[in-house]
Design a protein around this ligand. Structure first.
Ligand SMILES: Cc1cc2nc3c(=O)[nH]c(=O)nc-3n(C[C@H](O)[C@H](O)[C@H](O)COP(=O)(O)OP(=O)(O)OC[C@H]3O[C@@H](n4cnc5c(N)ncnc54)[C@H](O)[C@@H]3O)c2cc1C
Length: 482
Protein backbone atom coordinates (compact mmCIF):
# COMPACT_ATOMS: atom_id res chain seq x y z
CA UNK A 1 0.00 0.00 0.00
CA UNK A 2 1.27 3.49 -0.85
CA UNK A 3 2.44 5.75 1.95
CA UNK A 4 0.63 9.07 2.47
CA UNK A 5 3.67 11.32 3.01
CA UNK A 6 7.32 11.09 2.05
CA UNK A 7 9.66 11.44 5.03
CA UNK A 8 12.59 11.70 2.63
CA UNK A 9 11.07 14.81 1.05
CA UNK A 10 10.21 16.31 4.44
CA UNK A 11 13.76 15.76 5.68
CA UNK A 12 15.21 17.30 2.54
CA UNK A 13 13.07 20.43 2.87
CA UNK A 14 13.50 20.77 6.63
CA UNK A 15 17.21 20.16 6.82
CA UNK A 16 18.96 20.52 3.46
CA UNK A 17 16.91 23.55 2.45
CA UNK A 18 15.47 25.29 5.53
CA UNK A 19 18.13 24.23 8.04
CA UNK A 20 15.67 23.98 10.92
CA UNK A 21 18.32 22.58 13.25
CA UNK A 22 19.98 26.02 13.17
CA UNK A 23 16.94 27.24 15.12
CA UNK A 24 18.14 25.26 18.16
CA UNK A 25 20.79 27.95 18.66
CA UNK A 26 18.04 30.37 19.65
CA UNK A 27 16.94 30.46 23.30
CA UNK A 28 13.33 29.45 22.57
CA UNK A 29 14.36 26.22 20.85
CA UNK A 30 17.55 25.51 22.81
CA UNK A 31 16.12 22.35 24.38
CA UNK A 32 15.72 20.82 20.94
CA UNK A 33 18.04 19.03 18.54
CA UNK A 34 17.86 17.15 15.27
CA UNK A 35 17.06 14.06 17.37
CA UNK A 36 14.02 15.61 19.07
CA UNK A 37 12.73 16.89 15.72
CA UNK A 38 13.17 13.41 14.23
CA UNK A 39 11.32 11.82 17.15
CA UNK A 40 8.32 14.11 16.68
CA UNK A 41 8.18 13.28 12.97
CA UNK A 42 8.59 9.55 13.65
CA UNK A 43 5.81 9.62 16.23
CA UNK A 44 3.53 11.64 13.94
CA UNK A 45 3.90 9.34 10.98
CA UNK A 46 3.45 6.28 13.15
CA UNK A 47 0.31 7.62 14.86
CA UNK A 48 -1.11 8.87 11.57
CA UNK A 49 -0.57 5.46 9.97
CA UNK A 50 -2.04 3.50 12.87
CA UNK A 51 -4.87 5.73 14.08
CA UNK A 52 -5.81 8.15 11.28
CA UNK A 53 -5.33 6.45 7.91
CA UNK A 54 -7.27 3.23 8.64
CA UNK A 55 -10.68 4.93 9.04
CA UNK A 56 -10.28 7.55 6.31
CA UNK A 57 -12.57 5.78 3.86
CA UNK A 58 -15.04 4.55 6.45
CA UNK A 59 -15.52 8.05 7.85
CA UNK A 60 -16.25 9.28 4.31
CA UNK A 61 -18.92 6.62 3.90
CA UNK A 62 -20.43 6.87 7.41
CA UNK A 63 -21.23 10.53 7.92
CA UNK A 64 -21.80 11.86 11.43
CA UNK A 65 -25.48 12.09 12.38
CA UNK A 66 -27.60 13.38 15.23
CA UNK A 67 -28.83 10.59 17.50
CA UNK A 68 -32.23 10.38 19.21
CA UNK A 69 -30.80 12.10 22.27
CA UNK A 70 -29.76 15.09 20.13
CA UNK A 71 -26.07 14.24 20.41
CA UNK A 72 -23.70 13.85 17.47
CA UNK A 73 -22.81 10.26 16.64
CA UNK A 74 -19.37 9.80 15.10
CA UNK A 75 -17.27 6.80 14.17
CA UNK A 76 -15.55 5.50 17.29
CA UNK A 77 -12.24 5.55 15.38
CA UNK A 78 -12.46 9.34 14.99
CA UNK A 79 -12.93 9.80 18.72
CA UNK A 80 -10.04 7.44 19.47
CA UNK A 81 -7.71 9.19 17.02
CA UNK A 82 -8.51 12.75 18.15
CA UNK A 83 -8.12 11.81 21.82
CA UNK A 84 -4.81 10.05 21.14
CA UNK A 85 -3.56 13.12 19.27
CA UNK A 86 -4.38 15.34 22.25
CA UNK A 87 -3.03 12.91 24.83
CA UNK A 88 0.26 12.68 22.92
CA UNK A 89 0.67 16.42 23.53
CA UNK A 90 0.36 17.27 19.84
CA UNK A 91 -2.15 20.09 20.44
CA UNK A 92 0.62 21.75 22.43
CA UNK A 93 3.53 21.26 20.01
CA UNK A 94 4.55 24.90 19.56
CA UNK A 95 3.38 26.20 22.95
CA UNK A 96 5.53 27.30 25.86
CA UNK A 97 6.72 24.57 28.19
CA UNK A 98 5.02 26.47 31.02
CA UNK A 99 1.68 25.69 29.33
CA UNK A 100 2.59 22.05 28.92
CA UNK A 101 3.91 22.60 25.41
CA UNK A 102 6.97 21.28 23.62
CA UNK A 103 8.17 24.70 22.35
CA UNK A 104 8.70 23.20 18.91
CA UNK A 105 9.50 25.45 15.96
CA UNK A 106 6.42 26.08 13.83
CA UNK A 107 8.23 24.59 10.85
CA UNK A 108 8.64 21.25 12.62
CA UNK A 109 5.10 21.30 14.04
CA UNK A 110 3.68 21.83 10.54
CA UNK A 111 5.82 19.00 9.18
CA UNK A 112 4.44 16.82 11.96
CA UNK A 113 0.82 17.86 11.27
CA UNK A 114 1.02 17.29 7.52
CA UNK A 115 1.33 13.56 8.23
CA UNK A 116 -2.06 13.56 9.97
CA UNK A 117 -3.59 15.74 7.26
CA UNK A 118 -2.39 13.37 4.54
CA UNK A 119 -3.53 10.28 6.43
CA UNK A 120 -7.01 11.61 7.16
CA UNK A 121 -7.90 15.20 6.32
CA UNK A 122 -11.23 15.18 8.15
CA UNK A 123 -10.05 13.68 11.43
CA UNK A 124 -6.98 15.93 11.50
CA UNK A 125 -9.23 19.01 11.48
CA UNK A 126 -10.31 18.59 15.12
CA UNK A 127 -6.76 19.06 16.40
CA UNK A 128 -6.04 21.71 13.78
CA UNK A 129 -8.91 23.92 15.01
CA UNK A 130 -8.09 23.35 18.66
CA UNK A 131 -4.47 24.42 18.15
CA UNK A 132 -5.49 27.60 16.28
CA UNK A 133 -8.05 28.50 18.94
CA UNK A 134 -5.57 27.92 21.77
CA UNK A 135 -2.91 29.99 19.99
CA UNK A 136 -5.26 32.95 19.72
CA UNK A 137 -6.27 32.76 23.37
CA UNK A 138 -2.69 32.27 24.56
CA UNK A 139 -1.84 35.53 22.79
CA UNK A 140 -4.86 37.71 23.59
CA UNK A 141 -6.59 36.01 26.56
CA UNK A 142 -6.20 36.92 30.23
CA UNK A 143 -4.27 34.64 32.59
CA UNK A 144 -7.59 33.36 33.89
CA UNK A 145 -8.85 32.63 30.38
CA UNK A 146 -5.62 30.82 29.60
CA UNK A 147 -5.97 28.69 32.73
CA UNK A 148 -9.65 27.99 32.15
CA UNK A 149 -9.67 27.31 28.41
CA UNK A 150 -6.20 27.02 26.91
CA UNK A 151 -4.66 24.54 29.32
CA UNK A 152 -7.46 21.97 28.93
CA UNK A 153 -7.32 22.38 25.14
CA UNK A 154 -3.58 21.77 25.14
CA UNK A 155 -4.07 18.73 27.36
CA UNK A 156 -6.60 17.35 24.85
CA UNK A 157 -9.55 17.57 27.27
CA UNK A 158 -11.32 20.41 25.41
CA UNK A 159 -11.62 21.12 21.69
CA UNK A 160 -11.84 24.48 19.92
CA UNK A 161 -13.70 26.02 17.00
CA UNK A 162 -13.82 29.30 15.10
CA UNK A 163 -17.31 30.78 14.65
CA UNK A 164 -17.21 33.57 12.08
CA UNK A 165 -19.65 32.66 9.30
CA UNK A 166 -23.40 33.12 9.40
CA UNK A 167 -26.03 32.04 6.89
CA UNK A 168 -26.12 35.53 5.32
CA UNK A 169 -22.47 36.49 5.95
CA UNK A 170 -19.52 34.41 4.73
CA UNK A 171 -17.01 36.45 2.74
CA UNK A 172 -18.40 39.69 4.12
CA UNK A 173 -18.00 39.48 7.89
CA UNK A 174 -19.05 43.13 8.15
CA UNK A 175 -22.61 41.81 7.76
CA UNK A 176 -22.71 39.43 10.72
CA UNK A 177 -25.72 39.96 12.99
CA UNK A 178 -24.82 37.91 16.08
CA UNK A 179 -25.19 40.26 19.05
CA UNK A 180 -23.41 40.50 22.37
CA UNK A 181 -24.93 42.47 25.24
CA UNK A 182 -22.86 43.27 28.33
CA UNK A 183 -24.44 41.59 31.38
CA UNK A 184 -22.42 43.87 33.67
CA UNK A 185 -20.94 40.90 35.57
CA UNK A 186 -17.97 40.14 33.36
CA UNK A 187 -20.08 38.12 30.91
CA UNK A 188 -22.04 38.93 27.74
CA UNK A 189 -25.34 37.55 26.46
CA UNK A 190 -24.75 36.23 22.96
CA UNK A 191 -27.59 35.67 20.48
CA UNK A 192 -27.38 34.69 16.84
CA UNK A 193 -26.84 31.88 14.36
CA UNK A 194 -23.49 30.59 13.15
CA UNK A 195 -23.26 28.57 9.95
CA UNK A 196 -20.65 26.09 8.68
CA UNK A 197 -18.93 25.68 12.03
CA UNK A 198 -16.43 22.85 11.69
CA UNK A 199 -16.20 20.55 14.71
CA UNK A 200 -19.03 22.66 16.15
CA UNK A 201 -20.50 19.78 18.12
CA UNK A 202 -19.36 16.29 19.11
CA UNK A 203 -18.79 14.19 22.21
CA UNK A 204 -15.05 13.62 21.70
CA UNK A 205 -13.97 16.04 24.40
CA UNK A 206 -15.37 17.20 27.75
CA UNK A 207 -16.05 20.66 26.38
CA UNK A 208 -15.93 22.73 23.19
CA UNK A 209 -14.53 26.26 23.29
CA UNK A 210 -16.20 28.33 20.57
CA UNK A 211 -14.50 31.56 19.54
CA UNK A 212 -17.41 33.68 18.33
CA UNK A 213 -17.45 36.96 16.42
CA UNK A 214 -20.37 39.16 17.50
CA UNK A 215 -21.36 42.82 17.55
CA UNK A 216 -21.79 44.79 20.75
CA UNK A 217 -24.54 47.41 20.25
CA UNK A 218 -23.11 50.89 19.78
CA UNK A 219 -19.93 49.72 18.03
CA UNK A 220 -18.74 51.22 14.76
CA UNK A 221 -20.13 50.17 11.38
CA UNK A 222 -19.05 47.02 9.55
CA UNK A 223 -16.02 45.13 10.80
CA UNK A 224 -15.12 47.93 13.23
CA UNK A 225 -18.04 46.89 15.44
CA UNK A 226 -16.99 43.25 15.75
CA UNK A 227 -15.83 41.80 19.07
CA UNK A 228 -14.56 38.34 19.95
CA UNK A 229 -16.01 36.07 22.64
CA UNK A 230 -15.31 32.72 24.22
CA UNK A 231 -18.64 30.88 24.22
CA UNK A 232 -18.10 27.42 25.71
CA UNK A 233 -20.49 24.52 25.26
CA UNK A 234 -20.23 23.88 29.01
CA UNK A 235 -19.72 26.68 31.54
CA UNK A 236 -16.92 26.48 34.14
CA UNK A 237 -19.41 25.38 36.84
CA UNK A 238 -20.52 22.45 34.69
CA UNK A 239 -23.84 24.00 33.52
CA UNK A 240 -24.70 23.51 29.86
CA UNK A 241 -24.42 26.83 27.98
CA UNK A 242 -27.13 27.90 25.55
CA UNK A 243 -25.33 26.73 22.40
CA UNK A 244 -27.70 24.52 20.41
CA UNK A 245 -26.90 22.25 17.50
CA UNK A 246 -29.58 22.97 14.90
CA UNK A 247 -28.29 20.66 12.20
CA UNK A 248 -25.34 19.02 10.47
CA UNK A 249 -24.38 20.00 6.93
CA UNK A 250 -24.04 17.12 4.47
CA UNK A 251 -20.84 17.74 2.60
CA UNK A 252 -19.15 16.67 -0.61
CA UNK A 253 -16.01 15.66 1.31
CA UNK A 254 -14.28 15.98 4.66
CA UNK A 255 -17.27 14.16 6.04
CA UNK A 256 -15.63 12.99 9.24
CA UNK A 257 -15.45 16.58 10.48
CA UNK A 258 -18.84 17.57 11.81
CA UNK A 259 -20.02 20.76 10.14
CA UNK A 260 -22.71 22.51 12.07
CA UNK A 261 -25.41 25.14 12.19
CA UNK A 262 -25.40 26.50 15.73
CA UNK A 263 -27.95 28.69 17.48
CA UNK A 264 -26.53 30.83 20.25
CA UNK A 265 -28.92 31.91 22.98
CA UNK A 266 -32.18 30.61 21.47
CA UNK A 267 -33.29 29.23 24.85
CA UNK A 268 -32.80 25.53 24.02
CA UNK A 269 -30.35 25.26 26.91
CA UNK A 270 -31.37 28.44 28.76
CA UNK A 271 -28.94 28.89 31.66
CA UNK A 272 -30.87 29.04 34.97
CA UNK A 273 -30.85 32.37 36.84
CA UNK A 274 -29.08 34.21 34.06
CA UNK A 275 -30.15 36.73 31.41
CA UNK A 276 -31.33 35.18 28.13
CA UNK A 277 -28.54 34.41 25.69
CA UNK A 278 -25.53 32.15 25.58
CA UNK A 279 -22.89 33.15 28.13
CA UNK A 280 -19.87 34.71 26.45
CA UNK A 281 -16.57 36.03 27.78
CA UNK A 282 -14.95 38.95 25.97
CA UNK A 283 -11.47 38.38 24.56
CA UNK A 284 -9.29 41.51 24.77
CA UNK A 285 -11.08 44.79 24.05
CA UNK A 286 -14.52 45.37 22.55
CA UNK A 287 -14.55 46.12 18.79
CA UNK A 288 -11.10 44.59 18.22
CA UNK A 289 -12.47 41.12 17.51
CA UNK A 290 -11.59 40.80 13.86
CA UNK A 291 -8.01 41.86 14.52
CA UNK A 292 -7.64 39.07 17.09
CA UNK A 293 -9.41 36.58 14.86
CA UNK A 294 -6.94 37.32 12.08
CA UNK A 295 -4.33 35.73 14.32
CA UNK A 296 -6.20 32.44 14.05
CA UNK A 297 -7.20 32.97 10.42
CA UNK A 298 -3.65 33.64 9.22
CA UNK A 299 -2.43 30.53 10.98
CA UNK A 300 -5.40 28.55 9.65
CA UNK A 301 -4.76 29.81 6.12
CA UNK A 302 -1.24 28.43 6.07
CA UNK A 303 -2.70 25.28 7.64
CA UNK A 304 -5.35 25.01 4.91
CA UNK A 305 -2.55 25.28 2.34
CA UNK A 306 -0.93 22.30 4.09
CA UNK A 307 -4.23 20.42 4.05
CA UNK A 308 -4.49 20.88 0.29
CA UNK A 309 -0.83 19.91 -0.07
CA UNK A 310 -1.27 16.80 2.06
CA UNK A 311 -4.14 15.58 -0.12
CA UNK A 312 -2.19 16.36 -3.30
CA UNK A 313 0.75 14.43 -1.89
CA UNK A 314 -1.27 11.40 -0.83
CA UNK A 315 -2.92 11.24 -4.27
CA UNK A 316 0.44 11.54 -5.99
CA UNK A 317 1.97 8.69 -3.97
CA UNK A 318 -1.04 6.46 -4.62
CA UNK A 319 -1.01 7.13 -8.34
CA UNK A 320 2.73 6.40 -8.64
CA UNK A 321 2.12 3.06 -6.94
CA UNK A 322 -0.84 2.34 -9.20
CA UNK A 323 1.06 3.30 -12.36
CA UNK A 324 3.83 0.85 -11.47
CA UNK A 325 1.44 -2.07 -11.15
CA UNK A 326 -1.32 -1.41 -13.70
CA UNK A 327 -0.35 -3.02 -17.01
CA UNK A 328 -1.91 -1.63 -20.15
CA UNK A 329 -0.81 -1.22 -23.76
CA UNK A 330 2.60 -1.42 -25.30
CA UNK A 331 5.38 1.05 -26.06
CA UNK A 332 4.83 3.17 -29.21
CA UNK A 333 7.77 1.50 -30.93
CA UNK A 334 6.72 -2.07 -30.08
CA UNK A 335 3.06 -2.74 -30.80
CA UNK A 336 3.33 -6.52 -31.19
CA UNK A 337 0.25 -7.94 -29.37
CA UNK A 338 2.26 -11.07 -28.58
CA UNK A 339 4.54 -9.08 -26.29
CA UNK A 340 3.33 -8.54 -22.73
CA UNK A 341 1.68 -5.19 -21.84
CA UNK A 342 3.79 -2.69 -19.92
CA UNK A 343 3.05 -0.93 -16.63
CA UNK A 344 1.37 2.38 -17.49
CA UNK A 345 4.21 4.31 -15.84
CA UNK A 346 6.16 3.51 -19.02
CA UNK A 347 3.83 5.71 -21.10
CA UNK A 348 4.97 9.29 -21.66
CA UNK A 349 1.54 10.80 -20.94
CA UNK A 350 1.25 8.95 -17.63
CA UNK A 351 4.73 10.14 -16.70
CA UNK A 352 3.61 13.67 -17.51
CA UNK A 353 0.63 13.33 -15.16
CA UNK A 354 2.80 11.91 -12.39
CA UNK A 355 5.48 14.56 -12.77
CA UNK A 356 2.91 17.35 -12.79
CA UNK A 357 1.48 16.00 -9.51
CA UNK A 358 4.96 15.70 -8.06
CA UNK A 359 5.79 19.30 -8.88
CA UNK A 360 2.49 20.62 -7.48
CA UNK A 361 2.70 18.56 -4.28
CA UNK A 362 6.41 19.09 -3.62
CA UNK A 363 6.22 22.75 -4.59
CA UNK A 364 3.26 23.30 -2.27
CA UNK A 365 4.99 21.49 0.59
CA UNK A 366 8.06 23.67 0.09
CA UNK A 367 5.91 26.81 0.03
CA UNK A 368 4.11 25.86 3.26
CA UNK A 369 7.30 24.98 5.10
CA UNK A 370 8.97 28.17 3.87
CA UNK A 371 6.04 30.21 5.21
CA UNK A 372 6.28 28.31 8.50
CA UNK A 373 10.01 29.04 8.71
CA UNK A 374 9.11 32.72 8.30
CA UNK A 375 6.74 32.38 11.27
CA UNK A 376 9.70 31.09 13.30
CA UNK A 377 11.84 33.97 12.03
CA UNK A 378 9.17 36.49 12.89
CA UNK A 379 9.01 35.13 16.44
CA UNK A 380 12.64 34.39 17.22
CA UNK A 381 15.14 36.02 14.84
CA UNK A 382 17.72 37.80 17.03
CA UNK A 383 17.59 41.04 15.02
CA UNK A 384 14.46 43.21 14.87
CA UNK A 385 15.14 43.94 11.18
CA UNK A 386 15.00 40.21 10.39
CA UNK A 387 11.78 39.80 12.36
CA UNK A 388 10.24 42.72 10.46
CA UNK A 389 11.39 41.32 7.14
CA UNK A 390 9.85 37.92 7.92
CA UNK A 391 6.61 39.66 8.91
CA UNK A 392 6.51 41.57 5.64
CA UNK A 393 7.11 38.46 3.54
CA UNK A 394 4.46 36.56 5.49
CA UNK A 395 1.89 39.27 4.83
CA UNK A 396 2.33 38.71 1.10
CA UNK A 397 2.83 34.95 1.22
CA UNK A 398 -0.08 33.98 3.51
CA UNK A 399 -2.82 34.31 0.84
CA UNK A 400 -0.51 32.53 -1.62
CA UNK A 401 0.37 29.75 0.84
CA UNK A 402 -3.37 29.13 1.20
CA UNK A 403 -4.51 29.58 -2.39
CA UNK A 404 -1.75 28.10 -4.55
CA UNK A 405 -1.87 24.61 -2.98
CA UNK A 406 -5.69 24.76 -2.90
CA UNK A 407 -5.77 25.29 -6.66
CA UNK A 408 -2.88 23.16 -7.84
CA UNK A 409 -3.04 20.26 -5.42
CA UNK A 410 -6.70 19.91 -6.39
CA UNK A 411 -5.45 19.69 -9.97
CA UNK A 412 -2.96 17.08 -8.72
CA UNK A 413 -5.87 15.06 -7.33
CA UNK A 414 -7.67 15.33 -10.66
CA UNK A 415 -4.55 13.96 -12.37
CA UNK A 416 -4.35 11.18 -9.77
CA UNK A 417 -7.87 10.12 -10.79
CA UNK A 418 -6.83 10.29 -14.45
CA UNK A 419 -3.82 8.04 -13.84
CA UNK A 420 -6.17 5.47 -12.32
CA UNK A 421 -8.45 5.61 -15.39
CA UNK A 422 -11.98 4.30 -14.74
CA UNK A 423 -10.89 2.81 -11.42
CA UNK A 424 -10.02 6.29 -10.19
CA UNK A 425 -13.63 7.31 -10.68
CA UNK A 426 -14.87 4.60 -8.31
CA UNK A 427 -15.01 4.48 -4.54
CA UNK A 428 -12.87 1.32 -4.58
CA UNK A 429 -9.85 3.61 -4.72
CA UNK A 430 -9.03 6.61 -2.54
CA UNK A 431 -8.24 9.27 -5.11
CA UNK A 432 -11.83 10.37 -5.79
CA UNK A 433 -12.22 11.01 -2.05
CA UNK A 434 -9.01 13.04 -2.00
CA UNK A 435 -10.43 15.20 -4.78
CA UNK A 436 -13.73 15.73 -2.94
CA UNK A 437 -11.94 16.41 0.35
CA UNK A 438 -9.60 18.86 -1.36
CA UNK A 439 -12.37 20.77 -3.15
CA UNK A 440 -13.21 22.47 0.15
CA UNK A 441 -9.87 24.23 0.36
CA UNK A 442 -10.74 26.72 -2.38
CA UNK A 443 -13.82 27.73 -0.39
CA UNK A 444 -13.17 27.91 3.35
CA UNK A 445 -10.77 30.19 5.23
CA UNK A 446 -11.59 32.85 2.66
CA UNK A 447 -12.82 31.89 -0.81
CA UNK A 448 -10.24 31.75 -3.60
CA UNK A 449 -11.38 34.99 -5.23
CA UNK A 450 -11.32 36.83 -1.90
CA UNK A 451 -7.65 35.90 -1.46
CA UNK A 452 -6.99 37.16 -4.97
CA UNK A 453 -8.53 40.49 -4.00
CA UNK A 454 -6.51 40.54 -0.77
CA UNK A 455 -3.26 39.79 -2.60
CA UNK A 456 -3.67 42.30 -5.39
CA UNK A 457 -5.76 44.94 -3.65
CA UNK A 458 -3.96 45.04 -0.31
CA UNK A 459 -0.77 43.01 0.01
CA UNK A 460 0.86 44.06 -3.26
CA UNK A 461 0.35 47.76 -2.65
CA UNK A 462 0.86 47.98 1.12
CA UNK A 463 3.80 50.12 2.29
CA UNK A 464 4.23 51.38 -1.28
CA UNK A 465 4.82 47.85 -2.55
CA UNK A 466 7.40 46.89 0.11
CA UNK A 467 5.98 43.36 0.49
CA UNK A 468 6.02 42.73 -3.24
CA UNK A 469 9.60 44.04 -3.45
CA UNK A 470 10.66 41.75 -0.56
CA UNK A 471 9.07 38.75 -2.27
CA UNK A 472 10.67 39.60 -5.63
CA UNK A 473 14.07 39.93 -3.91
CA UNK A 474 13.65 36.55 -2.17
CA UNK A 475 12.69 34.91 -5.47
CA UNK A 476 15.67 36.60 -7.16
CA UNK A 477 18.06 35.31 -4.47
CA UNK A 478 16.78 31.77 -4.90
CA UNK A 479 17.02 31.96 -8.70
CA UNK A 480 20.60 33.24 -8.52
CA UNK A 481 21.58 30.35 -6.20
CA UNK A 482 20.38 28.08 -9.04
C1 LIG B 1 -16.99 22.57 4.90
C2 LIG B 1 -16.89 23.98 5.37
C3 LIG B 1 -16.30 24.26 6.58
C4 LIG B 1 -16.28 25.56 7.07
N1 LIG B 1 -15.81 25.80 8.34
C5 LIG B 1 -15.98 27.03 8.88
C6 LIG B 1 -15.67 27.27 10.26
O1 LIG B 1 -15.20 26.38 10.98
N2 LIG B 1 -15.93 28.49 10.77
C7 LIG B 1 -16.45 29.50 10.02
O2 LIG B 1 -16.66 30.57 10.54
N3 LIG B 1 -16.75 29.31 8.71
C8 LIG B 1 -16.53 28.10 8.13
N4 LIG B 1 -16.84 27.89 6.81
C9 LIG B 1 -17.41 28.98 6.04
C10 LIG B 1 -16.49 29.49 4.95
O3 LIG B 1 -15.45 30.24 5.51
C11 LIG B 1 -17.37 30.27 3.97
O4 LIG B 1 -18.12 29.31 3.25
C12 LIG B 1 -16.56 31.15 3.06
O5 LIG B 1 -16.01 32.22 3.78
C13 LIG B 1 -17.41 31.71 1.92
O6 LIG B 1 -18.59 32.29 2.41
P1 LIG B 1 -20.01 31.89 1.77
O7 LIG B 1 -20.11 30.42 1.77
O8 LIG B 1 -21.06 32.65 2.47
O9 LIG B 1 -19.91 32.35 0.26
P2 LIG B 1 -20.12 33.83 -0.29
O10 LIG B 1 -19.46 34.80 0.60
O11 LIG B 1 -21.57 34.02 -0.57
O12 LIG B 1 -19.31 33.77 -1.64
C14 LIG B 1 -19.82 33.11 -2.80
C15 LIG B 1 -18.90 33.43 -3.98
O13 LIG B 1 -18.89 34.85 -4.22
C16 LIG B 1 -17.56 35.35 -4.20
N5 LIG B 1 -17.56 36.68 -3.57
C17 LIG B 1 -18.13 37.02 -2.39
N6 LIG B 1 -17.91 38.31 -2.13
C18 LIG B 1 -17.17 38.80 -3.15
C19 LIG B 1 -16.60 40.08 -3.45
N7 LIG B 1 -16.73 41.11 -2.61
N8 LIG B 1 -15.90 40.21 -4.60
C20 LIG B 1 -15.72 39.15 -5.43
N9 LIG B 1 -16.24 37.93 -5.19
C21 LIG B 1 -16.95 37.75 -4.07
C22 LIG B 1 -16.75 34.35 -3.38
O14 LIG B 1 -15.37 34.34 -3.74
C23 LIG B 1 -17.44 33.03 -3.72
O15 LIG B 1 -16.89 32.50 -4.89
C24 LIG B 1 -16.81 26.61 6.29
C25 LIG B 1 -17.34 26.33 5.03
C26 LIG B 1 -17.40 25.04 4.57
C27 LIG B 1 -18.03 24.77 3.23
Amino acid sequence: MADFMSRKDLDFLLHDWLDVTALTQRPRYAEHSRETFDSVLDLSHDMAAKLFAPHNKESDQSEPYIGDDGKVVLLEAITTAVRAFGEAGLNAGTFDEELGGMALPHTVARASMVNFQAANAATSSYGFLTVGNANLLAKYGTDEQIDTWVRPMLAGRYAGTMCLSEPQAGSSLADITTRAVDNGDGTYAITGTKMWISAGDHEITENIVHLVLAKVPGGGPGVKGISLFIVPKVLPDGTRNDVALVGLNHKMGNRGTTNTLLNLGDGTFAVPDRPAGAVGYLVGQEHQGLRYMFNMMNEARIGVGFLATALGYAGYLQSVEYAKTREQGRPVDSKDPNTPPVPIIAHADVKRMLLAQKSYAEGALALGLYASRLVDEELTAPEQADRDHAHLLLEVLTPIAKSWPSQWCLEANSLAIQVHGGYGYTREFDVEQFYRDNRLNLIHEGAHGIHGLDLLGRKMVMDSGAGLAALAAAIGDTARRG
